[in-house]
Design a protein around this ligand. Sequence first.
Ligand code: FAD
Ligand code: DHB
Length: 384
Amino acid sequence: MRTQVGIIGAGPAGLLLSHLLHLRGISSVVLEKRSRDYVERRVRAGVLEQGTVDTLVEAGVGERMKREGLPHHGIELRYGGAGHRIAFERLVPGRSITVYGQQEVVKDLIAARLAAGGDVRFEVEDVAVHAPESQPYLTFGGERLDCEIIAGCDGFHGVSRPSIPEGVLSVFERDYPFAWLGILARVAPSSQELIYTRTERGFALHSMRSPTVSRFYLQVPADAREEEWPDERIWAELKARLETVPGFTLTTGEIMEKGVTPMRAFVVEPMQYGRLYLAGDAAHIVPPTGAKGLNLAVADVRVMTEALAAYFERGSAELLDGYSAACLKRVWRAQHFSWWMTTLLHTFEDDDPYARRLQLSYLDYVTSSEAAATTLAENYVGMP
Ligand code: FAD
Ligand code: DHB
């Protein structure tokens, strides 16, 4: 079997790449180890930057997102007994974000690939990368797929990055001493906009998926297990962290899903080796506080599509050679922003009273200075 681009992973990165390549007349095969049902149900991110929304719309996969996605023109930072709105429409006119679940993006992309006769294979076993430096091929479940290019879109725990020989990649990483417990609840959001709240008990985030479904996150210890968080405890803790301004009541409901996500930052440089190119979580992870993970995956894929189009249409490898450098600029901006948001809003066990005062002082600055609020807004809605 032969294809132009062998893609490992049917997450947002792999599926979008396959779709964008199809629009350019470039063939690909996507190999995914999980079932279609599993990837369509996997609840993860929800904030789409303007650039991500534009990419999906331009690629013809934005119809349902335009109908069901929730446009947001601001977020609230809540701390010290008050809420402070970061108003995108005033600070970064014309730029906003859309709340639309990652698994909905994945569903839309799978539907588009299958409708166009795309080759997306689920429940594929033992994918392995061979000879990425010369004539690359993939093997899986006893089959062989020859490719001109391999795209490693298989997330942080995939096989493509570890297939690169030791010593080639530089690794930059940081583990945070806490995790996020994420829940999805069948209840109308208690707020029109996302609330990022900092309390002495830790951070919490009120997000949403639809007029009847809410999404929440709680800062929990790094070793927290779901079993330690029965529904009553989750609601009590969310109330304690969110009902901290006069007149705000959190409406509770049935919890449909819960999961603990470790907080970690990770980048490899370069994001390529021979004819293997990494995109999305396979190359970098950010702590989720800045809502950047999914958006970075989409940005990488945009860059990779242009580079592959130049290669297959004109035989020019220049953009492919510069792929990593082109992506890493945005990746490091997102790394810094995500670290900054995380540091601003979470409690750290070793914080002394001095460190807490510094954090509160910085929050006061961000919420009172037009320049500082603009920095937050500009990074949150994302670079064009
Ligand atoms: P993925 O979505 O991870 O897709 C990779 C795909 O490759 C998966 O389908 C996987 O099954 C497949 N795969 C892996 N190994 C193999 C293999 N050996 N062979 C074949 N296929 C393979 N970001 C936010 O901005 N906000 C959030 O709230 C948020 N929450 C998250 C919660 C969790 C539990 C996780 C893991 C991530 C979260 N993220 C969040 C990050 C965001 O979801 C990711 O950045 C985004 O999914 C990246 O897309 P991707 O396509 O690069 O990787
Ligand atoms: C969501 C996730 C995030 O990481 C974030 O910063 C905001 C919202 C969400 O899943 O809705």
